[in-house]
Design a binder for this molecule. Structure first.
Ligand SMILES: Nc1nc2c(ncn2[C@@H]2O[C@H](COP(=O)(O)OP(=O)(O)OP(=O)(O)O)[C@@H](O)[C@H]2O)c(=O)[nH]1
Ligand SMILES: [Mg+2]
Length: 337
């Protein structure tokens, strides 16, 4: 990928008028690793451009090979620092890496998350790294919608690995977890992180736990808390299930950071995904959810058109007159969509 982060810092969101005829060229260039074209394609999907369908169709044949690794955890826990270290590790293996930093609370896109960008400058100018920040409040609202499209762009652009960092807490983290092949949940000593994590339900989605800032007091306690919570049950206690390992890291260190061990666990998890069939199952479920979300959005739009329509009023009239009941009327309405 030529250009690296410098060019992606200014995505071409202004080019909304791009004609469908340009798409094959854009996709071809993105596949050749041109960072500008990748940025443009992501902007198109993020903006829910009218070309979205065409973009999705054009990318489809070239997707399905990238490994998606999600990083989630409380604000300030060290997600970006860990992401940067992992990018370095994957690059050392000669792999192409994409990074999506998703901020569910931000109405901004492209230029958001300046802090992440600054830290990621480590990788600026590396043509094998593509970094993009995304806000989740797109036109259709919600992370689950735009992020998979952006992942697809990076996948088609030849990224072997895509790291997805989610900022924030709650439902959005869970949504991102559902997009990843392997989900890392980061915690740090203190801050009552363990309890927060349990509340947000992220313990259930973790494939690897990372207790970062292990240079601080209380790391042992955090590991203990985690172990005892994990012993209480959950999906990982079933026979043949993956038992999420707990790794301690000091991600901000250049040496002995523990990030190599995180990488080793990620690889082990990838092996388990392949041998257990869980990897295929996750991907199927991911696709099913995506199709469902798009279908439901389409139905909602059409229902919106139904509001106040002649058909609806006629059905309402028959309900009032006692000629039909609201359930049958609703069935009829759905049948008409
Ligand atoms: N002491 C210590 N500090 C760390 C460690 N890892 C990261 N930090 C520092 O913690 C701060 C937050 O790190 P980030 O990587 O930005 O954390 P984040 O989870 O990405 O933060 P948000 O994206 O804002 O949620 C930075 O100042 C890092 O330098 C660590 O292992 N030990
Ligand atoms: Mg961050």
């Amino acid at each position: 990928m030529t250009g690296g982060t410098e060019q992606t810092a200014a995505p071409a969101t202004g080019r909304r008028g791009r004609r469908a005829a340009d798409l094959p060229t854009l996709v071809e260039r993105a596949r050749a690793g041109d960072a500008r074209s990748v940025a443009r394609l992501i902007s198109l999907v993020e903006d829910a451009s009218p070309l979205l369908r065409d973009v999705a169709a054009a990318l489809a044949p070239y997707t399905g090979s990238a490994r998606v690794i999600g990083l989630t955890g409380p604000p300030g826990v060290g997600k970006s620092t860990t992401t940067t270290a992992l990018v370095r590790a994957f690059r050392a293996r000669g792999q192409r890496v994409g990074v999506l930093a998703v901020d569910p609370s931000s109405p901004f896109s492209g230029g958001a998350l300046l802090g992440d960008r600054v830290r990621m400058q480590d990788h600026a100018g590396d043509p094998g790294v593509f970094i993009r920040s995304m806000a989740s409040r797109g036109h259709l609202g919600g992370l689950a919608w735009a992020t998979p499209q952006a992942l697809r762009v990076l996948d088609a652009a030849g990224c072997d690995v895509v790291l997805v960092e989610t900022v924030g807490v709650g439902q959005s983290e869970l949504e991102v977890a559902s997009l990843a092949d392997t989900t890392l949940v980061l915690l740090a000593p203190g801050m009552g992180d363990g309890i927060q994590a349990a509340k947000a339900g992220i313990l259930e989605v973790a494939d690897v736990f990372v207790v970062n800032k292990a240079d601080r007091d209380g790391a042992d306690e955090t590991v203990r808390d985690l172990r005892s919570m994990l012993s209480l049950g959950g999906r990982h206690t079933r026979a043949g299930a993956w038992r999420p390992p707990i790794v301690r890291t000091v991600a901000s260190r250049d040496v002995d950071s523990g990030v190599d061990e995180v990488l080793a666990r990620i690889d082990e998890h990838a092996g388990w995904l392949a041998s257990s069939g869980e990897g295929d199952r996750r991907r199927l479920e991911r696709a099913a959810r995506e199709v469902e979300a798009i279908a439901v959005t389409g139905l909602r739009e059409r229902m919106g058109e139904v509001g106040g329509s002649v058909a609806l009023e006629a059905l309402a009239g028959r309900v009032v007159a006692g000629e039909t009941d609201p359930y049958r009327a609703a069935d009829e309405l759905i049948a008409q969509l």
